[in-house]
Design a protein around this ligand. Sequence first.
Ligand code: PLP
Length: 364
Amino acid sequence: MKSLAATIHNFNAGPSILPQEVFEEASRAILDFNESGLSILEIGHRTPLFEAVMKEAISLTKELMNLDSDHEVLFLHGGASTQFMQVPMNLLNDNEVAAYTETDVWGTKGIKEAKLFGHVEVVASSRDKNFTYLPKGFHVPATVKYLHLTTNNTIYGTQWQDLTPFYKYNVPLVADMSSDFLSRVIDFNKYDLIFAGAQKNAGAAGVNVVVVNKNILGKVDRKIPTMMDYRQHIENGSMLNTPPVFAIYVCMLTLRWLKNKGGVPAIEKLNNAKAKLFYDTLDSLPVFKGTVVKEDRSKMNGVFVMQDPALEKEFMEICKKEGMYGVKGHRSVGGFRVSMYNALPIESLELLTDLMKDFANKKG
Ligand SMILES: *Cc1c(COP(=O)(O)O)cnc(C)c1O
């Protein structure tokens, strides 16, 4: 395992790299969890052993996000995609309107689900230019029930660098933060609902972190199935049924790692350094071409193509040979996508950018 970790650099978009310490501790817990003689995979979820994990995961999330007492933290099943339906089911009446931004296919999917429960007004879309920029200065009617945004657009590689314009609309904010969760300092209390599939930046696949302001709940007329009702999950501490025990455990370990690193401000600094290294290199080499507007570039997912598409195969093969894993672009964009999540060491990017420079020199 050691030698593999030394030669593979994981730029995958999700599930993605987690800290090596987390892999090691999670492995130990599979064999013997906290010296209980039991595997984490076989313990009951209503035992002091697991209750301590859940408690720590919740309190670490609150601490790292600086949440006030109105905001509750849930660990739910179903991935971020389930939130596309759960959000409107809990917040939007049939005759009401929710505002959506469409800046990636994830926004599009959210819109599709919301339409099942009420009306949707798409207040901003960058579909006209294949999601290569973020629309600014758009109008949001004050009467909408909430405004939905995607903070980081995983597939196309854009990210709202300045979120403050969203705070001026004076409507409840719902944010899909799946792919930049806890990667930068944000005033999380400005949001009434935040969700993130854990597998991008916070842990293993199989769990969703949901942060909800409890004051916005209980205002829709429809009957909500128990498992879809945020209030029920709050009341039962995310234990309405068997929670994804192992995924929550891995999430807790990742949160612990983040806290030990110095929390969100410290990881943001590192993420900024990684993104700068990557984009400075990209911009200095004319063989490569970034696909999105510079000011909207994502610090999590760097997307690029080759000026001459015929060269892409050759560079891909070099990446493969040198242990650069997961750099292939999403099928809807092509080219390359380099994901630089919290756990990606800057050394991996140093090696990748060296490969880019070597390649450019050879072709230049
Ligand atoms: C990956 C991703 C999703 C979907 O997550 P699932 O857990 O697979 O449902 C939703 N939104 C964004 C921004 C993502 O990156």
